[in-house]
Design a protein around this ligand. Structure first.
Ligand SMILES: *Cc1c(COP(=O)(O)O)cnc(C)c1O
Length: 382
């Protein structure tokens, strides 16, 4: 991470720092996949709506996938290009503006389709329907849109060909941090359950959850799947990754405020897992830290280990146990890695904790402080 060369310039922590060079690297891979597979790739804004980088992303990608009015407005303002809006349920008082902003609209149920189809047709917005393939290898029910009782998408048994009058495309989202092999399994189910419907469509959206930019991802297989599906059903394929776009593109820098001891050494930081890295609590996982090792077994010779704890009052505000090559001291800066996606968009002022600033490290190595937050922001939200 380039940020490690700029820590001296950071006067105020916590701060998320996004690295342009890393984003470009991810985008170049996505652009190659687009080109070779002839599919279109959209940024899922819910994972990463960092406005400073959206102009850059829109140069490489075909546009954005939005989850409702606010994200569609953001996409219009900062990205341009295509806007595809999907929400589990749209609201009467927002639908006109959403249709005005969107190129595609994806409905979650036959009720919603019926309610808004005329409006969408009049607005000349391409209409899609989310389907539930009832198959997913998602790691956990929280991230499994195909689990029993799912509210996301229409089941094959509830769909008839007349329902799809006026509908141009089908959309599914069934993956979470998954491989091209997982996609292949979902597509097999799709073939089994939705074949007669697929034949009538102009486009097919494979949703997100493709871990494309992770090392070892089988891009060749993804390209083949997109191509073969596109040919088989004469459809335009869309992919809408979120996490994969900003994967490993930014970090959260925090400072050590105090060091105490209770059987183990504990370093208290000016950040919080609950408020600033919520996925480490929800997913859950332990964040990697620059220049340190997550302690999962015995310490090695010459290592110093610390529990890293947050600034909130939550007992569980512990990032994990880490081993360092030297002892920590007050004022040291610690860099949590891969905190771009699903961190900035999810942070909170829980416990009155200061919101991290946003930094952007440009490709010519300049650190911009893009946004800072103050007590006024906290007050307005409470
Ligand atoms: C969350 C979501 C995405 C993006 O998922 P990632 O796991 O971040 O790639 C895409 N489409 C829909 C409908 C989603 O809900």
């Amino acid at each position: 991470m380039q940020i490690l060369n700029h820590l001296d310039k950071i006067k105020q922590t916590p701060i998320y720092v996004i690295e342009e060079e890393k984003l470009i690297k991810n985008c170049e891979l996505l652009a190659r996949i687009k080109e070779e597979s002839k599919s279109k790739i959209l940024l899922a804004l819910k994972a990463f709506s960092f406005t400073r980088a959206l102009g850059l992303l829109s140069k490489y990608l075909d546009g954005a996938t939005s989850s409702g009015l606010w994200e569609s407005k953001l996409a219009k303002e900062f990205m341009g290009k295509e806007i595809h809006t999907y929400s589990p349920a749209f609201k009467d008082d927002e639908i006109d503006e959403i249709l005005f902003l969107s190129n595609h609209i994806v409905f979650n149920s036959l009720n919603q389709l019926k309610s808004y189809k005329e409006k969408a047709l009049n607005a000349k917005v391409s209409i899609g329907l989310r389907i539930n393939p009832e198959f997913s290898s998602a790691p956990k029910d929280l991230y499994n849109p195909c689990a029993r009782f799912s509210r996301l998408g229409v089941l094959a048994k509830d769909l008839s060909e007349e329902d799809l009058d006026g509908v141009d495309g089908l959309h599914f989202h069934a993956l979470c941090e998954e491989s091209a092999q997982s996609l292949e399994l979902v597509l097999k189910e799709l073939d089994k359950k939705f074949k007669p419907f697929l034949k009538k469509m102009k486009w097919l959206n494979f949703g997100g959850g493709h871990h494309i930019t992770k090392q070892g991802y089988d891009t060749k297989k993804l390209i083949e799947l997109c191509k073969s599906y596109s040919q088989k059903y004469s459809v335009q394929i869309y992919l809408e990754p979120g996490e994969a776009v900003a994967w490993q593109c930014g970090s959260l820098v925090s400072s050590v405020l105090d060091i105490i001891e209770n059987e183990k050494k504990i370093a208290l930081l000016d950040t919080s897992n609950e408020a600033h890295m919520p996925d480490t609590v929800i997913m859950p996982y332990t964040s990697e830290l620059a220049n340190a090792r997550i302690v999962r077994d015995d310490l090695k010779e010459g290592e110093f280990s610390y529990l890293l704890g947050g600034i909130s009052c939550l007992a569980g505000d512990i990032m994990g146990e880490y081993a360092f090559k030297k002892e920590l001291k007050k004022g040291d800066k610690l860099v949590f890695l891969d905190q771009a996606h699903y961190s900035i968009v999810k942070n909170t002022t829980f416990n009155g904790v200061r919101l991290p600033s946003f930094g952007f490290l440009t490709k010519d190595n300049k650190l911009e402080i893009v946004k800072t937050f103050s007590y006024e922001d906290f007050k307005r939200r409470n």
